[in-house]
Write a protein that binds this ligand. Structure first.
Ligand SMILES: [Zn+2]
Length: 496
């Protein structure tokens, strides 16, 4: 799916180095990127955020957003300055209560220079006052703030935060959130976690959302518009909050018939992945023209197009599976995307089997047989696909095939222990594909380097699939499982 980023930050970094004041010889500017090779400018170096407090006001008619972000962070080096990733217009920055200098750099960097340098280990409070019209701001030539007829939505991957709050925008720096948004009476504001309270004053209604578990910046979401909000509790005790645009037209019924299954599906997935990791679940369907869905933490974003061909529980299963694989345990770097997408796709296969529409083995056989050896599909390495192929179909289908190959290698007992153990092993943290291999070897007691290499890291079709099946017979014929069309309809879950 991805837009290629063409703006390396060497120049910006060089000019920052020149700005070190002599009095702060031991301090240095924080790096403008956190060090992700796929996106060198994303995130920032030198500090770690623990909490974002966002107090916002939004006018749907004009798309004007104003806000105050209070960021709690800790310096991880002696800092003369540090960056935040942000695109809106900033009027004031304070660090530890004291006004700080700030300037723009690169495509989306806000460079903050505190009055006195920050010593390594210092806990610091950064306040940023800002305003702007997000739909008018772009970086690298794109804008992911989605205007709707009655408001707007922030939900995209990897870039969404820049248009609504200043952040250390990389999944490796997770934090808790309080998001408080005032909108004109009659408009709703939807975000992650639990709706703590609402209040109304002088024609404005304020919604106070709380995410009390660590959350990656790209999983923070904001939806502003006219919604019908439904609440319930799953049989397993998980509170569910869903929201539907009042303007979904012909897709309204199918959207509700899918997303209202959230509680049931969260409970079903808990059987495979362990207890649901967050204090609430749910999804929302705004009236956007985009085609994808996104696993925004506790409150999944669904494009109405996901339901244009009728109800689809498979996409709901996919996004809810991410709550464990992606949200609870987040990737360390964007190269680790297989842990997100391979397992979310595999959850769809498990659901297919549960529904009697094709077993995981049948689906794996079908994927394997559907792509001849010279299909470019096999040139994508799900274990490190590169930024251009990060959301390629192969990351999903070959990724799930790798999961099935792992299952067949280590056996069901070890496999299902692994599936449930992983979210516990790295709860609310970050982990890499290498960490996953290590954990799988630990749980199964088997060396797995060759298997991981074959299925995730070789740019070619593995010679055979499964112990019981020969490559030749599989290539000759594998019947299309009944669930295939529905799963295929979710292929653009993250395609833009
Ligand atoms: Zn996904």
């Amino acid at each position: 799916m991805h837009r290629r980023i063409l703006a390396p930050g060497a120049l910006a970094a060089a000019s920052l180095l020149l700005a070190i004041p002599a009095s702060a010889a031991s301090s240095a500017p924080g790096a403008p990127g956190i060090g992700d090779p796929y996106y060198p400018q994303y995130g920032n170096g030198g500090y770690d955020v623990s909490h974002y407090d966002l107090r916002l006001q939004y006018q749907p008619k004009t798309d004007e957003l104003q806000g105050t972000a209070t960021i709690l962070a800790k310096a991880t080096q002696d800092l003369s300055s540090f960056d935040l990733d942000f695109l809106l217009d900033v009027s004031e920055v304070r660090v530890g209560g004291v006004k700080a200098a700030f300037t723009r750099s690169g495509e989306h960097e806000l460079v903050v220079t505190p009055k006195t340098p920050l010593a390594k280990g210092t806990q610091v409070t950064v306040v940023v006052r800002y305003s702007g019209v997000p739909s008018t701001k772009s970086a690298y030539g794109f804008n992911t703030w989605h205007r709707t007829p009655d408001g707007a939505v922030a939900a995209d991957e990897p870039e969404a935060a820049w248009w609504w709050f200043p952040s250390n925008d990389h999944p490796s720096d997770k934090a808790t959130y309080d998001v408080s948004v005032a909108v004109p009476d009659g408009t709703q504001a939807i975000s992650n976690g639990t709706l703590a309270s609402t209040s109304s004053k002088l024609g404005w209604t304020r919604y106070n959302w709380r995410q009390d578990k660590p959350q990656a910046t790209y999983l923070a979401t904001l939806a502003l518009g006219r919604f019908d909000i439904t609440t319930s509790t799953s049989e397993g005790g998980v509170p569910v909050v869903n929201a539907y645009s009042k303007d979904l037209g012909a897709n309204d019924g199918a959207a509700r018939a899918s997303v209202e299954r959230t509680g049931e599906l969260v409970d079903w997935l808990s059987g495979y992945f362990g207890p649901y990791p967050f204090s609430s679940a749910g999804g929302y369907v705004p009236n956007t023209t985009t085609g994808y869905a996104l696993e925004t933490q506790t409150r999944v974003y669904y494009s109405p197009k996901q339901f244009a061909a009728g109800s689809n529980t498979s996409v709901v299963v996919h996004e809810l599976a991410h709550q464990w694989y992606g949200d609870d345990v987040s990737l360390k770097g964007w190269k680790d995307i297989w842990i997100n997408e391979g397992f979310a796709r595999y959850a769809q296969w498990l659901w297919s089997e549960h529904e009697g529409e094709g077993t995981t083995r049948e689906l794996a056989d079908y994927v394997y047989a559907s792509h001849p050896a010279d299909d470019p599909f096999w040139t994508v390495k799900p274990g490190d696909p590169g930024p251009d192929a990060q959301f390629d179909l192969a990351v999903y289908d070959r990724g799930a095939l790798a999961v099935q190959a792992l299952r067949e290698k280590i056996g069901d007992d070890a496999f299902f222990a692994l599936l449930k153990g992983w979210p516990k092993e790295h709860a609310y943290g970050n982990a890499s594909v290498a960490d996953f291999q290590k954990y799988a070897e630990q749980v199964s007691g088997k060396p797995l380097a060759a298997l991981f290499d074959t299925w995730l890291f070789q740019p070619s079709k593995p010679e055979a699939r499964g112990s019981a099946s020969s490559a030749r017979s599989l290539t000759a014929k594998a019947a299309q499982p009944k669930s295939w069309k529905k799963i295929e309809a979710t292929n653009d879950v993250h395609a833009h």
